[in-house]
Every structure is written in structure tokens, then in C-alpha cells.
Write a protein that binds this ligand. Structure first.
Ligand SMILES: [Zn+2]
Length: 486
């Protein structure tokens, strides 16, 4: 049965619908992590922040006698006192932190089935980043073996998550993705990434997501397991991640850390709250600082949830408006590591091309990364097939005031007159070339050179001035430059 349906798309992101035994949820979805041992923010209060699904730890429930008894009697939903979908984790995280857990894969899977979890997870082995190849490989063999075991169990209508491991070894990540797709799970978590998040190693994070996505089919729902900071949500959704879990809302709050879509603030640094959630409207940072620890932490955690779900809604709206690229290109400016991480999409143009819708309303230039969007790459391809006018000399002008057959535009390069009014080149808001980053002109000139080479039997006159002349060098022999404003 197909459990995941895609309703809307932008970049590699999508708005989707995932069917669970406790009802349907809309993705991208954020699952707050509920620690069944610590009543911090009650699970039943999570709906008000926007949660449609929760995640809790079956291993902790199993290891705590009172909880285990209650869970066997009333199910995990009874333990949390909710009737919404609940995913359970298997203890893999504890395995990573403590190196061992006192339960077998089969036991924890059966326990998750018995307590009525909506999405169950095998006891996969999260290999930390930079593990040596041999370790990552042998961990991966164990993970795959446990995933095969999971498939054999009768699980009713529960969804099975098949995590993808492999540390920072991309061939192992790809291999794992290939294997789990062959097995056929319902959800595909990308695991072992928390240490990358904690150390701002977004470059590796993005690389792993892109490598995994290059193997997974488009209909596979992807869970970025352990990525709970709102500063990465837009980027991760744009790369095709559908589910997130947040332990961060509580963990950060315990350390007086206040989440924003641009990064983390320490409560002690804040004179003002840059947020309009109910908590930030009611209190000042000073008032929070003077509270006792429990109240303070609970209120910061509530803010952290409000701001996280707000970001998810913002991302969904951006998908609806076809401007997820624009949102990501703003978000990546919050941290240089995010910006350099995102720029890797240059090398994965073929992959983005498969996902990104070709028709949109507008193209707002937000920085050089805008030049790496599929819309630009597609234009460069498309323009090669445009028919040329029957003239001895074809005029391509970088100056809009000159009568020409084609125009030269930043990023897009050669634009035929008939495309001047249509998406993308004709609907692009790009600053004047004189003010623009060099790369936007370089990319345009690369496209121009390809165009000239493609028509090596025709002659062209390139009309240009100012900053363009710096890049219009070493053109093929079939083109001459005419200086527009000497
Ligand atoms: Zn707030």
C-alpha cells in the first residue's frame, strides 16, 4: 500500500501526506521528541504548537518497569495520553552514546509493535562521522541485517522505518539507500547525523542528503533523524527531506538556549525577544532570567516549539508559492557553513533537475547561489535549440536599449526576444550587472560561449559595455565584440 502521497513540489521539497494507523499527517512534519520519563511539556499539549505526530523512545519505556507495564496495557498512546500518530525510536541513539543496549533487535521491534507504535524503527547502528571505513562497513552490515529481520515480523498496518547509515562514507550511504529501497520500507530516516549538526558540519550533512536522495525514488518519504534546529529546516526540505524530529526544543531550553530560524541565542545575551510567539509577547528576557529554572526552561522550550513549527509553516507556504529556493538562499546566509554547504547543489544539477518544477511565477535573485537553480541550467540548455534569424550577422546585446536578436542577461546568458516576457529569464528580478557578483556574469558568459560554439557556422556581434567586457574574453572566432559605450 502506498502510504505517502505528494501534493505539491518546489526545488526537491514537497508537501505530502503520510497515512499512519492513527490518521494522516501532512509533511514536511516536525515530530517533537517526548521523553516518557520526564514530564516537561506534556505530549497532549503538542497539538497547540502545530504538531501532528510525536516521537518517543520505546527503549526508555521498555527499560522503565512502570512505563513498560502501562505501555503493554494501554499502548504508547496511553502512556503519552494522546490519540495522534506516534513514532517510536528503538534505542539506537543510546547505542551510539553508551556503546551498548540491553535488548535485541527483535525484542525492541516486537515491543514497538505490541505497544501500538505508528512508525517502528529497527535497532540500527548509528556510526559517527569520520569512522574508519572498516567500522562503518561492519556497522552497516549489522544495520542491514536488523532491517531484514524487521521485514519478517508481522506488523499489521504499522509503518516501518528503515534507517540509512554509513557515516561520512558516501559510497556506503548510497549502498545502504539502495538496499533499503529494495527491501521496501515505509519511511527512510537518514541517521547518524546529530554529531554533524552539533558541530555545524553542514557541508557533510548536505552531501549525505544529496547522495542518499540520488538513490532513493521520489516517492520515498525521508526523515532527517536528529535534525531539530529550525535553521536547517528550509535547506533540508529543499533537498527532499519530509520528516524532522526535535529533541532540540527541550535540550536547548535546558541550557538557556533560544532557537531562531537564523541560529541560536543564549538567554543571557538577549535584551529583546525577536519573536511574537505567546511566550515572547508575555515576557521579557530579563523576566525569564529571574524565574526559577523549571519555569524558565519550560517557557524557553515553548518558544522553541513555536518558532520551529512557524518555520515549517513558512516552508510549506514557500512550496505553495514556488519560492523555496528564495527562502533557502536567505536562510543559508545565517551561517557561512550553511552557505558553502548549499553551494554543493552546483554539482548535483542533474538531480535537482529531476525534481524542481519547470514552470513558476517568478525568479528573485538572492545571491550567486540563485545561478545554480535548475531554472538557469534549463534555460542554458533550451536556448541552444532556439532557431536563429536568417541574417549574416546576429546581434546579441548586453544593453537593453540596443535593438538586437538576442540579449545577454546575468545568470541566464543568451535570451531570445521571444523569451523576454516569459519565465524564467523574462520574470527574473536581478540587480543591474554593474552591481552584481562576478560569478553571475561569468555563468552568463559560459552559456554564451556554448551558444556560439553550438552555432559555429554563423557569425555574431556581441554588443556590450562596462563590467561585461571584463568577462567577454576568449570568445570563439565566430563572434566579435562591439563596444556599446566606448
Ligand atoms: Zn517566541
Amino acid at each position: 500500500m502506498q502510504r505517502f502521497e505528494i501534493l505539491d513540489k518546489d526545488a526537491m521539497g514537497r508537501i505530502g501526506r503520510l497515512e499512519t494507523p492513527h490518521g494522516r499527517i501532512e509533511t514536511p512534519a516536525l515530530m517533537p521528541v517526548i521523553n516518557p520519563n520526564i514530564e516537561f511539556i506534556p505530549a497532549k499539549d503538542m497539538r497547540k504548537f502545530g504538531a501532528e505526530i510525536l516521537i518517543t523512545n520505546a527503549y526508555i519505556i521498555y527499560r522503565t518497569p512502570e512505563l513498560r507495564e502501562k505501555a503493554i496495557k494501554k499502548g504508547v498512546h496511553g502512556v503519552l495520553e494522546v490519540d495522534m500518530p506516534v513514532m517510536t525510536d528503538s534505542g539506537s541513539y543510546q547505542l551510539m552514546v553508551y556503546g551498548d543496549v540491553e535488548i535485541s533487535n527483535e525484542e525492541i521491534l516486537k515491543f514497538q509493535i505490541d505497544i501500538g507504535s505508528d512508525i517502528i524503527v529497527p535497532l540500527d547502528v548509528p556510526t559517527p562521522p569520520d569512522a574508519d571505513y572498516g567500522t562503518a562497513l561492519s556497522d552497516l552490515e549489522v544495520t542491514l541485517q536488523r532491517e531484514r529481520e524487521a521485514l519478517k515480523l508481522e506488523r499489521g498496518d504499522r509503518l516501518l522505518a528503515l534507517p540509512i547509515q554509513g557515516s561520512t562514507h558516501m559510497d556506503l550511504r548510497r549502498r545502504c539507500a539502495e538496499e533499503v529501497v529494495k527491501m521496501g520500507g515505509d519511511v527512510y530516516p537518514i541517521g547518524g547525523i546529530v554529531p554533524l549538526m552539533d558541530t555545524y558540519r553542514f557541508y557533510d550533512l548536505v552531501k549525505i542528503i544529496l547522495e542518499v536522495k540520488s538513490v532513493l525514488p521520489s516517492y520515498a518519504p525521508v526523515h532527517l533523524f536528529g535534525a531539530g534546529h529550525p535553521m536547517v529546516f528550509a535547506l533540508a526540505v529543499a533537498l527532499g527531506c519530509d520528516l524532522f524530529d526535535s529533541a532540540a526544543y527541550a535540550l536547548y531550553a535546558k541550557d538557556d538556549r533560544y532557537l531562531t530560524p537564523h541560529g541560536t541565542k543564549k538567554l543571557e545575551e538577549l535584551q529583546y525577544f525577536p519573536c511574537s510567539c505567546p511566550i515572547c509577547l508575555e515576557y521579557t528576557p530579563g523576566e525569564l532570567r529571574r524565574m526559577d529554572n523549571d519555569d524558565k526552561q519550560r517557557l524557553i522550550a515553548e518558544h522553541n516549539l513555536w518558532v520551529s513549527f512557524e518555520e515549517i509553516r513558512r516552508i510549506k507556504q514557500a512550496i505553495k508559492e514556488d519560492n523555496l529556493f528564495e527562502l533557502v538562499e536567505c536562510r543559508i546566509r545565517s551561517h557561512p557553513n550553511l552557505m558553502f554547504a548549499w553551494r554543493q547543489i552546483r554539482e548535483y544539477g542533474w538531480l535537482l533537475e529531476q525534481y524542481d518544477p519547470s514552470m513558476k511565477h517568478s525568479f528573485l535573485y538572492a545571491g550567486v547561489e540563485s545561478c545554480y537553480r535548475p531554472a538557469v541550467l534549463r534555460h542554458h540548455e533550451r536556448v541552444l535549440n532556439v532557431e536563429l534569424p536568417d541574417k549574416d550577422e546576429i546581434i546579441i546585446s548586453a544593453d537593453e536599449g540596443v535593438l538586437a536578436d538576442f540579449y545577454l542577461r546575468p545568470a541566464f546568458g543568451v535570451v531570445p526576444i521571444e523569451m523576454l516576457e516569459s519565465y524564467p529569464a523574462g520574470h527574473a528580478e536581478i540587480p543591474p550587472s554593474e552591481l552584481l557578483e562576478d560569478e553571475a556574469l561569468e555563468i552568463a558568459v559560459q552559456g554564451l560561449k556554448r551558444f556560439l560554439d553550438h552555432h559555429s557556422d554563423r557569425r555574431f556581434v556581441i554588443v556590450a559595455s562596462g563590467k561585461w567586457l571584463k568577462f567577454l574574453k576568449d570568445l570563439p572566432e565566430n563572434a566579435v565584440i562591439k563596444h556599446d559605450k566606448p
